[in-house]
Write a protein that binds this ligand. Sequence first.
Ligand code: DAH
Length: 333
Amino acid sequence: MDILNELAKIKDENALTAFHKKYLSKTGELTAQLQNLKNLPADQRATEGNRINELKRNVEREFFRKQTALREQAINDQLRADPLVDITIPAINVPQGSLHPITYLIRRVTEICRSMGFLVVDGNEVVTEYENFDAVNVPADHPARDMQDTFWLTNGKLLKTQTSAMQNEILRKHGPVVSAIFPGRCYRNEATDASHEFAFFQCEGMMVGENISIANLIYVMKKILSGVYGKDIDVRLRPGYFPFVEPGFELDASCPFCEGKGCSVCKHSGWIEFCGCGMIHQNVLRQANVDPERYQGFAFGFGLTRMAMMQYAISDIRLLNSGNLEFLRGIKR
Ligand code: DAH
């Protein structure tokens, strides 16, 4: 106890070093006491040994604590004493960057979907012809391929034209019961103008399992849209054709900008065309080894880039890929 008291009174590093030498070093008193055990009568050795070892452990622990405290103290004293460093000056106001509107929307949408238990999958940009087309029920002679020409690589792969290209891999990996959302960049052979780009973003989602129905699809779409726009959004379905769904729909959302009263965004109809969707075609499930007799599900795919353009009234799609800081700074969120 006396040793610990002595340690507690120490106030500087020199004294601490001396303390270490006196008790804990190879020539220190505690070490000597341990060495001396062999001279004690055999029946005292064990109890005495335990006592000294425990004391030594306690002293060492307190020694290290003290050492850390003194070092911190020394650094703080030095910082306070240094006339060149005034830690009380307020920080310089460095202009902050902001998220790209697409990144911001991806985060919002995925956050909403995650809260509903969806897996968020980061899709590949380079995919196989099979994944992009055949696996989603677009065989080689299908006319839908004509509208989705893209950049083909010399190894036969391609830059994906639609996020639907990820469906097969996700179903194989996580199916047959899976809910996933997978935003990603897509590419198409386009002559660019204010509303066409060769690279743009889509966001795809799907839910597969037993007893999944169109009612689930409607619920999820309403949740996503209401979450993004921060108000209740209504949806309506119209029949639509996409090779990978049956039945397939075009989904309209009640216009979030005028609450259905009519504005330039919704062309005074009160509704905006939002996305394609439907019940996943049995062939698509079969391609991923999912039994269509037992499992079914819905899929949807919407244009994230288009969503950003509507949201921030961006009139030229090319600005989004431009890296133009003036444009990015002008976007108010
Ligand atoms: N892949 C379609 C496109 O690029 C969008 C789409 C429509 C995705 C319907 C879907 C869907 O999952 O069910 O135009």
